[in-house]
Design a protein around this ligand. Structure first.
Ligand code: BGC
Length: 720
């Protein structure tokens, strides 16, 4: 539809109708009779609002979506279709690994595939717009929502954020009805929430904001994301949802975003509770001035905007522009011509949880898992060994992870199910997996240990409840829950080889796990094919190659912790000094650094070279860095070779190192390859003291290696 047609529709709308387009309601409130009399009345919802509201969220299912749209269009006098949104975060009915695990694959094609499959399942179920990707940079594992992010690095988050958007949206949303519009969230910097507590304050410096947090939102917006969602937190003391500087100057102007801006759930109204809006009217005024287009689940827009315009406090053009953006999105989705879009009950039956999607989930789950320890090559397991499978996650079907409520536990393959499929004879197996996650009694531990003793090697599957990470799931203790560590200690005392498989949604304090095991596989919450994927790795039909994208601390006392921290005037490396930046009772570095992960094979790096020592600023020059890598182990395998740069000094303090490139290389046994990286001036830019993104002349160190703790470096200079 042409712009003038949309403008014509807007010109024919009453102010009330326009305001209602800016309101989003939970779909359950119009489909479920029980709530119509409850919440609907509480929110003062009238028939008029229901017939004219612009969008709903939380509805899925082709039949239901078609019925809602039909009824809506019968009543809407302008024939404006309803927009249906949902949170499809890591898969729809086919659940994939949680985003934090997807990050560990360092694989943009895999992420694109997850988004494409999830988008297709969502679209045929009637969803038009998906509230994903969440690209918040995260540094604090206490925060339950780290599971929704791809990690602590701005560069990697940018690459994967872009991949999510491309996978959801494809090339043309109008023609490709099995794609959905993406929503980049939570704008901005929600991951820096104080104390790792949801809905809390964010208080960060401007350079951290620009250098660390902004890049991934920018990358996802540059990739064409149609929509953005505000965050709950403050930036510079003002809640994001009413923060004019953040939304107008940064999002709309600097990032050139002209799509739909959703508030987060209830966030406009909550600015009153925040104490930054005097009342609902003030909140609506401020959010509108900040160009927030859609009020998700608070009443402020539909109760206040009309009066604000009539009283001439807000120019009607603000409302018109917001309505235009909503109608334009509906038009880009092809909803005016085809209001049911991809919703199709037959396709839904065909696609949801189909064999192909399951296979894709299994493949990507394997790519997302990280081998954290493998002493004396205890893994892969040998088929002839007598193996005990014990612990609460052997038979637990709740391994999809939070934000997967369009899937079902019953669809998940547990480790036990995968084992029973794999082994014809059960003689060599001891299975003892029906524990509660907390493991509450020592008696239970004793009997499990007795059974496990009958084996040569023990696989113990431990972890957190899938509902202890996710929104509103924050913790101050990030060790394994209940008596799990006790079980592990007792198993290790048997003298048998002990392999731990971990199911969790955040980095954990793994000190006890490292002390009491021979091997550790980080499986995260792997999705519906979790058990199969774990077994593929344990028995060596897949060689793990994932690398962690959030640092694992020694203890919760170290958090927030991240590899790309600023340099300090008293670094802890100062030998012997007491007054330095460190702890008395713990190392100050992470137990497992960003980028860490093992393989069944070994990789040897050599011949690290730089093509030249100087590059002239402004001349579009580049420097080539090369390194040879050889697979010296016993298996074919994949390594993620990482490039880090350190700016030795700058007009603002610079991080100790920053990831600027990586390559995933597959090497057969004994194979050797030269890996090449190109360094250009763009990669050296940061938010300088001049308050702009620029490079500064000076010395730089470059590191290439297997993780962010790599010490071997070469130097170059950027000169005038
Ligand atoms: C979350 C968002 C989510 C929204 C809608 C909020 O509570 O913060 O991430 O998209 O709910 O479900």
């Amino acid at each position: 539809m042409k712009k003038d047609k949309l403008l014509k529709i807007i010109a024919n709308m009453t102010l009330k109708e326009k305001v209602f387009q800016l309101f989003q309601l939970n779909g359950a409130m119009i489909t479920d009779d029980a709530v119509i009399s409850g919440p609907m009345q509480e929110m003062n919802l009238t028939e008029d609002i229901i017939n004219n509201m612009g969008s709903i969220l939380g509805v899925s299912g082709a039949e239901k979506a078609i019925e809602i749209q039909k009824k809506y269009l019968e009543k809407n006098r302008h024939g404006i279709p309803l927009l249906i949104c949902h949170d499809v975060i890591h898969g729809h009915r086919t659940t994939f690994p949680i985003p934090l695990a997807l990050g560990c694959s360092w694989d943009s094609e895999a992420v694109k595939e997850v988004a494409k499959v999830s988008g297709a399942e969502a679209a045929v179920s009637g969803i038009h717009c998906n509230f994903s990707p969440m690209v918040d940079l995260v540094r604090d594992p206490r925060w339950g929502r780290v599971m929704e992010s791809t990690g602590e690095d701005p560069y990697l988050n940018s690459i994967l954020g872009k991949a999510f958007v491309e996978g959801y949206q494809g090339e043309n949303l109008k023609e490709d009805v099995e794609r959905v519009a993406a929503c980049v969230k939570h704008f901005a910097a929600y991951g820096a929430t104080e104390g790792g507590r949801d809905y809390n304050t964010v208080d960060i410096g401007i350079s951290t904001f620009y250098d660390m947090h902004l890049p991934a939102y920018k990358a996802a917006i540059d990739a064409g994301a149609k929509t953005v969602m505000t965050s709950f937190n403050t930036i510079n003391g003002v809640p994001a949802t009413v923060n004019e500087w953040l939304m107008k100057d940064v999002l709309r102007k600097e990032l050139s975003f002209d799509g739909v801006l959703f508030s987060d759930w209830g966030a406009i109204g909550e600015t009153v509770v925040h104490g930054c809006s005097e009342n609902g009217k003030d909140a609506a005024y401020k959010a509108m001035k900040a160009t927030v287009d859609v009020d998700m689940m608070s009443v402020e827009y539909f109760e206040q905007l009309e009066a604000l315009v009539l009283e001439k406090k807000i120019d009607e053009k603000y409302v018109d522009e917001a309505v235009y953006r909503i109608l334009d999105l509906k038009d880009e989705l092809g909803l005016f011509e085809n209001p049911f879009r991809g919703a199709d009950t037959a396709r839904e039956k065909e696609l949801l949880l189909c064999k192909k999607h399951r296979e894709s989930s299994r493949d990507i789950a394997r790519k997302s898992m990280v081998l954290l320890k493998n002493e004396a090559q205890v893994l892969p397991l040998k088929d002839k060994q007598k193996i005990a499978f014990v612990g609460p996650f052997i038979s637990n079907k709740s391994i999809r992870g939070f934000w997967s409520d369009l899937g079902f536990d019953k669809d998940s393959i547990t480790i036990e199910e995968a084992i029973l499929n794999r082994f014809e004879s059960k003689d060599q197996l001891v299975i003892c997996g029906n524990h509660k996650i907390e493991i509450e009694s020592f008696e239970e531990i004793r009997s499990t240990v007795e059974k496990a003793k009958e084996s040569d090697v023990i696989v113990v599957a431990l972890g957190e409840d899938q509902n202890s990470s996710g929104e509103g799931r924050c913790l101050t203790d990030i060790r394994l829950p209940g008596l799990q560590e006790e079980l592990l200690k007792e198993l290790y005392k048997t003298g048998k080889k002990v392999v731990v498989v971990l199911f969790n949604g955040r980095p954990l304090d793994l000190r006890a796990v490292f002390e009491n095991s021979d091997a550790i596989l980080e499986a995260w919450f792997p999705g519906v094919e979790g058990g199969n994927a774990v077994l593929d790795i344990l028995f060596g039909s897949y060689n793990p190659g994932g690398k962690i994208t959030m640092s694992f601390p020694y203890s919760v006392g170290q958090v927030p912790i991240h590899y790309n921290h600023f340099k300090t005037g008293r670094p802890s490396e100062i030998a012997g000094a007491f007054y330095k930046c460190s702890y008395l009772d713990s190392p100050h570095w992470a137990m497992l650094p960003f980028g860490y992960g093992l393989s069944y094979t070994q990789f040897q790096y050599s011949n690290f070279k730089i093509s030249k020592g100087k590059m002239i600023k402004g001349k579009e020059e580049s420097i080539e860095v090369t390194i040879d890598i050889k697979n010296t182990g016993l298996y074919n395998g994949e390594e993620i070779v990482q490039l880090y740069i350190q700016d030795e000094f700058g007009s603002r303090v610079r991080p100790v190192k920053e990831l600027k490139g990586f390559k995933k290389v597959f090497l057969k046994q004994n194979e050797e390859k030269e890996i090449k990286f190109i360094i250009n001036e763009e990669m050296l830019k940061f938010y300088t003291i001049e308050n702009k993104i620029d490079s500064e002349v000076g010395r730089f160190k470059v590191f290439v290696g297997t993780n962010s703790a790599e010490k071997n470096s070469l130097e170059f200079e950027l000169i005038k």
